[in-house]
Design a protein around this ligand. Structure first.
Ligand SMILES: Cc1ncc(COP(=O)(O)O)c(C=O)c1O
Length: 408
């Protein structure tokens, strides 16, 4: 696969220099197949879904449902009823935090999350706890950034019956560590606790089979896995989705409406009120086909490991650089590197690097509590995708050294 050629955004320059895009954990670039489909469907299938009898509406509905089927197949969900299409990870977590908690969370109960969560997997639970008089408990990470399954077991034993749900990230957007989610789910289930896995990063870097994983919910965004923004997924086990009340009310999610009583549409439409982003969702077909092709290309997989190993080796050689997310087993690290450099503010470094053509992220990156755990308020992050190259990594290390020297 000639991957560079598939992603036209990579051909651009920034300030007259070749653009090196290392902000993939925030948003990935889109392949030609997705860009073309977006444009084509704007003409060929631009009509409201699930509503009218006419041809164009039929086309739109078919494309939208094909997007759902592509997602179902990609994560091996049992049926289309398990796949709720949303606007992103944040929307999916909020849906579960609102509807699951309305049904199951009572005063005095607890929701357990990990210390490595993105704000999207913290704040919705805080809001739910406030609404229901419950509290939030936090499973810590160690110095390396790893979660302990033994500690999880201890917490669940100590709070038997009180913890109503565990929400945990598959891969932290700061640490880049693949958490042992299958083990975590098994331990939680032993204690009767359902699990939501935040797969915003996991879906991109780890194979996901929701039936093998056995998580109760798995959520992710389309825009991090080559699809357009405003697309997202909530996978849920059927029994939970059936038991949860609807989220938003409106068109599409109803069966019959009278002023006295409304009955709801069957799954998954019960959770899809209003006109969805049907063009975006339809693009899951080419986006996930691209992800599948990348995942099955041994050369691209080797190249990703080589980039990870190179940066794991070279970054710490920079004087004063501290890397966060250093698992005991290298295989558990994805090519995502958050770091600080003594004597240089992350925002200043990011600005200099930007002028050199390198797009990296700086700031708290929506995980303030995790940064605080490591004594930081801001970090710099380079997050790679399969279309990046070792040559870009080598150039990045050189540029970073120069930037650091400019600030010291
Ligand atoms: C681990 C994780 N969770 C949740 C999110 C939120 O995703 P979105 O903004 O697409 O809803 C992100 C985005 O960076 C993330 O990395």
């Amino acid at each position: 696969m000639d991957i560079r050629n598939e992603f036209p955004a990579l051909e651009q320059q920034a300030y007259g220099r070749p653009l090196v895009y290392f902000d993939n954990a925030a948003t990935s670039q889109r392949p030609r197949s997705v860009l073309e489909m977006q444009q084509r469907l704007g003409v060929e299938a631009n009509a409201n879904v699930h509503r009218a009898i006419h041809y164009l509406s039929g086309e739109a509905t078919e494309r939208y449902e094909a997007g759902r089927e592509a997602v179902r197949a990609f994560i091996n969900a049992p049926a289309r009823e398990n796949i709720v299409l949303t606007s992103g990870t944040t929307a999916s977590v909020n849906l579960v935090a609102t509807c699951f908690c309305a049904r199951y969370l009572r005063a005095g109960d607890r929701i357990l999350i990990s210390e490595a969560e993105h704000h999207s997997n913290i704040v919705p639970w805080q809001l739910a706890c406030e609404r229901h008089g419950a509290s939030l408990e936090v499973l810590p990470v160690d110095e390396a950034g790893e979660l302990s399954v033994e500690e999880l077991e201890r917490r669940l034993s100590a709070a038997e019956g009180c913890i109503k749900l565990l929400a945990v990230t598959h891969i932290s957007n700061i640490l880049g560590i693949v958490n042992p989610v299958a083990e975590i789910v098994a331990v939680a289930h032993k204690h009767g606790v359902p699990v939501l896995v935040d797969g915003a990063q996991g879906i991109v870097h780890a194979p996901v089979d929701v039936q093998a994983l056995d998580s109760d919910f798995y959520v992710f965004s389309g825009h991090k896995i080559y699809a357009p923004t405003g697309t997202g997924v909530l996978y849920g086990k059927r029994e939970w989705l059936e038991a949860m009340p609807p989220y938003m009310g409106g068109g599409e999610m109803v069966d019959t409406v009278t002023f006295e009583k409304t009955t709801y549409a069957p799954l998954p439409l019960k959770f899809e009120a209003g006109t969805p982003n049907f063009t975006g969702a339809a693009c899951f077909v080419p986006a996930l086909e691209c992800a599948r092709a990348i995942g099955e290309d041994p050369a691209l997989q080797d190249a990703q490991r080589a980039m990870r190993d190179y940066l794991l080796e070279e970054l710490p050689k920079i004087d004063g650089l501290r890397l966060y997310g250093t698992p005991r087993e290298k295989a558990h690290k994805i090519p995502l590197f958050s770091f600080t450099v003594e004597g240089a503010f992350p925002a200043d470094l990011a600005q200099i690097l930007d002028k050199m053509g390198f797009a990296v992220r700086s700031g708290h990156m929506c995980a303030e509590p995790l940064l605080r755990r490591f004594g930081q308020t801001s970090m710099l992050r380079a997050s790679l995708a399969p279309y990046n190259t070792l040559a870009e990594c080598e150039a990045f290390v050189k540029a970073l050294r120069r930037a650091v020297n400019m600030l010291r």
